[in-house]
Design a protein around this ligand. Structure first.
Ligand SMILES: Cc1cc2nc3c(=O)[nH]c(=O)nc-3n(C[C@H](O)[C@H](O)[C@H](O)COP(=O)(O)OP(=O)(O)OC[C@H]3O[C@@H](n4cnc5c(N)ncnc54)[C@H](O)[C@@H]3O)c2cc1C
Length: 385
């Protein structure tokens, strides 16, 4: 049994680290400041074929798997969390199609998603349906060969720039709870598909987070995934899978902040010596590095459990659900703690925008919230016990 990255995985990690250092890091501060969607970064991801990492070769991807996607996201998040959100959201929007699409649907949607020519979003959350998705109000009413969608989605990443969005809507509002929910692949150019409020956020400011307003949006029945009322298992399995790349993002942010803080404390002198020499700070950094590595191991373990599992709607082994939630919980809590400590290690300079740990601390916060808050991860973990 080998417990290390394979030679191929190490090469991938090194290559992405170089791309991140040379092409992604330089604009990270401006992306945060300007809060504009980073199209130039989409181009970098396209040129390096990174959108297709977790797509089957059959659809034009490189079929490297979820584990490799996590390595890519971790390296990018070390220097720019906003750019890593581009790949996270792509995986989030694509996974329902991978899990539940028919062959003709996959043939239609996946090739252009694998290259990144098309971008996709995932529209689940609503004003009154966040952690509890049983409160969904968006409706899809059958009309001949089409469905007519009406409703408002909240906090949807990249819906304003995506070519398509996987939207969760109730096809049967008469049944309570999550039953009667269906998933539709909606072309964002369809008449009636509108974008409402653009959120002004604390972190990951280079990614866009918007409201979707659906007014009599006509979607062909052939765009429903897995049939009417079959949406809930697609949503749950999608989140079980995509929480792991969020954990990888959290580790990347934490490692980026830790590396910066260690280098800084070796340069900064107070009381006649580098502040790194003070044992009080050394112990903080020893804790930080231990926590990041522990979170990384849990995340890699979670990702490895999904290797080789078919992407379909079969029930996941309980262990994979538990590990995925544990990885996201541990990695996001670690990212928040480690980035906060990194700011402390820089003193007043840590609080200033000129130094990247200030941005990293703000970016870390979202990893405790999206794709299920830390509290919801505990609910998921406890349910598996
Ligand atoms: C930047 C950003 C990007 C996002 N991107 C997307 C996206 O692309 N697509 C999408 O569909 N959604 C997206 N979301 C929505 C995100 O997933 C939700 O915000 C999140 O799931 C929490 O839902 P909520 O905001 O309604 O909080 P609530 O569910 O109202 O939670 C409020 C508080 O109550 C706690 N809580 C709730 N239920 C329980 C419970 N049972 N036990 C203990 N505590 C509980 C929560 O942990 C939290 O602390 C995004 C959000 C943000 C901020």
């Amino acid at each position: 049994m080998s417990y290390d990255l394979t030679e191929e995985q190490q090469m991938l990690k090194d290559t992405v680290a170089r791309i991140a250092r040379e092409q992604i890091a330089p604009g990270a501060e401006a992306r945060d400041e300007e809060a504009q969607f980073p199209w130039d970064m989409v181009e970098v991801l396209r040129e390096n074929a990174l959108f297709g990492a977790d797509f089957p070769e059959k659809y034009g991807g490189s079929e490297m798997g979820l584990f490799s996607l996590c390595l890519i996201i971790e390296e990018i998040a070390k220097v720019c969390a906003s750019t890593s959100v581009v790949l996270l959201v792509h995986e989030l929007g694509t996974t329902p199609i991978m899990l539940a699409g028919t062959d003709p649907q996959k043939d239609r949607f996946l090739p252009k998603l694998a290259t990144g020519e098309h971008l996709v979003a995932f529209g689940l959350t609503e004003a009154n349906a966040g952690s509890d998705v049983s409160g969904l109000k968006t409706k899809a009413a059958r009309e001949g060969d089409d469905f007519i969608l009406n409703g408002t989605k909240m906090f949807i990443s990249h819906a304003d720039i995506a070519d398509m969005v996987c939207i969760a809507a109730k096809t049967d509002p008469s049944v309570p709870g999550h039953k009667g929910t269906s998933i539709f692949v909606v072309d964002t150019k369809t008449p009636g598909f509108g974008i409402g409020k653009h959120e002004n956020k604390m972190g990951v400011r280079g990614s866009s987070t918007v409201e979707i307003v659906l007014e009599d949006v006509r979607v062909p029945a052939e765009n429903i995934l897995s049939g009417e009322g079959k949406g809930f298992p697609i949503i749950m399995k999608t989140l079980d899978l995509t929480r792991i790349p969020v954990a990888a993002q959290a580790i990347g942010i934490a490692q980026g902040a830790l590396d910066y803080a260690v280098a800084y404390t070796k340069e900064r002198t107070q009381f006649g010596k580098p502040i790194f020499s003070f044992q009080g700070l050394q112990w903080m950094m020893a804790d930080m590095t231990t926590q990041v590595e522990a979170a990384r191991q849990l995340t890699y373990k979670a990702a490895s459990l999904f290797e080789g599992l078919p992407k379909n709607l079969d029930r996941l082994p309980t262990e994979t659900i538990r590990y995925s939630a544990m990885a996201k919980l541990m990695a996001s809590e670690t990212a928040m703690k480690v980035t906060t400590d990194a700011v402390q290690l820089l003193g007043g300079y840590g609080y200033i925008k000129e130094y990247p740990v200030e941005r990293m601390m703000r970016d870390a916060k979202i990893t405790q919230i999206y794709e299920g808050t830390s509290q919801i991860q505990k609910v998921v973990i406890a349910n598996t016990l």
